[in-house]
Design a protein around this ligand. Structure first.
Ligand SMILES: C[S@@+](CC[C@H](N)C(=O)[O-])C[C@H]1O[C@@H](n2cnc3c(N)ncnc32)[C@H](O)[C@@H]1O
Length: 325
């Protein structure tokens, strides 16, 4: 039985000075809060890599796990034997993929930061087999980047760290090296915009969106003010996580935007729940993204018992298999 990511973090970070970790965490929070591409590698020394692992890995792992779950719940036959984790850092997305796909055998983590890769490798020793045998490759994404070949390419929380000029080359590299791709960013307007641009590139390259979108055409939320497509993954905060963030709550909701696409044709959801459902006695109101490229509210009542029963149990981010009335 392998360790959980939380157990691995506790084991590997046990000896790291807490005060230095807190200071490095505060510095990282500042960089990420600004939202602007940092213009340099942020994980530049062992302490900043350790701080990233302690306070961000659980959240990025939870978001990737949820996005992959959205994809596999639509296509339970989805098989992945190999993956490449681009800008994979300390390997959170690789852990999530290995825990999602029991067929996964070969993982390659590629990143520009040597210290992130070193720490990722130490954590991975505690992880599931595909992670503990992963290869860790230092490579900096540039205009002429060529991605290693794999069934699945994951680009998780990376676009926001790159200059916009590199987004296209990285996504295009993925379209020629893999047959499945997950691109995931923070669930902010900026993160959504980067995902939307990646989605357009994937579709323009002949790829098909499996999740979250019910269709391949223009996103109905694009251009709306104050509204953007994003989801949330709840995760428990460990004692170390709470300490570093100075947080009191025992959990947090990680907001993320993503696209999961396939080189092969797919059967997407009939519709996707875009917000937390509003439930009142005998009534559920859902905000839905639909196959006809519209998005808006749908009210389901007891007058339609089967639709009401379905709607009663769904949560934000779920796919609805039946078309809404
Ligand atoms: C926010 S971290 C995300 C790490 C990991 N994918 C995750 O989800 O936890 C961004 C990663 O991108 C890497 N990175 C940034 N610019 C890069 C570049 N030009 N080439 C390769 N890696 C880069 C950083 O070193 C860092 O590990």
């Amino acid at each position: 039985m392998h360790a959980t990511l939380t157990q691995a973090l506790e084991a590997v970070l046990a000896g790291v000075d807490r005060r230095a970790l807190r200071t490095a965490t505060r510095a990282l929070v500042e960089v990420y809060r600004s939202g602007a591409p940092p213009g340099r590698l942020v994980l530049e020394d062992a302490t900043s890599a350790a701080a990233y692992a302690a306070y961000r890995m659980p959240a990025t792992h939870a978001a990737v796990t949820r996005a992959l779950h959205h994809a596999t719940s639509l296509d339970p036959a989805l098989q992945v034997r190999s993956m490449v984790d681009l800008g994979g850092g300390t390997g959170a997305a690789s852990w999530a993929a290995a825990e999602t796909f029991d067929t996964l055998e070969r993982v390659q983590v590629v990143d520009g930061s040597a210290v992130a890769l070193q720490l990722g490798r130490r954590l991975a020793r505690h992880g599931p087999p595909a992670v503990s045998t992963a290869t860790w490759t230092r490579s900096v994404v540039q205009e002429d980047f060529v991605a290693p070949t794999a069934d699945l390419a994951v680009v998780s929380y990376v676009l926001g760290e790159l200059s916009e000029a590199l987004h296209g080359p990285l996504v295009r590299a993925v379209t020629t090296s893999s047959r499945l791709a997950l691109v995931l960013e923070p669930g902010t307007p900026r993160g959504y915009a980067a995902v939307l641009a990646a989605r357009s590139l994937l579709v323009a390259s002949g790829w098909h969106v499996l999740a979250p979108c019910p269709q391949n055409g223009p996103c109905p939320l694009a251009g709306r003010t104050g509204d953007w497509c994003h989801f949330a993954a709840r995760l428990d905060r460990s004692t170390l996580h709470r300490h570093l963030k100075g947080a009191a709550l025992g959990h947090e909701d990680e907001k993320f935007s993503y696209v999961f696409a396939s080189h092969e044709p797919v059967v997407p959801a009939a519709s996707r729940v875009l917000r937390r459902p509003v439930r009142r006695k005998g009534l559920v109101q859902l905000e839905l993204c639909r196959q006809n490229a519209t998005a808006g509210p749908e009210v389901l009542t007891r007058r339609d018992p089967s639709a009401y029963r379905t709607a009663r149990d769904v949560v934000w981010g779920d796919a609805l298999l039946l078309p809404p009335r």
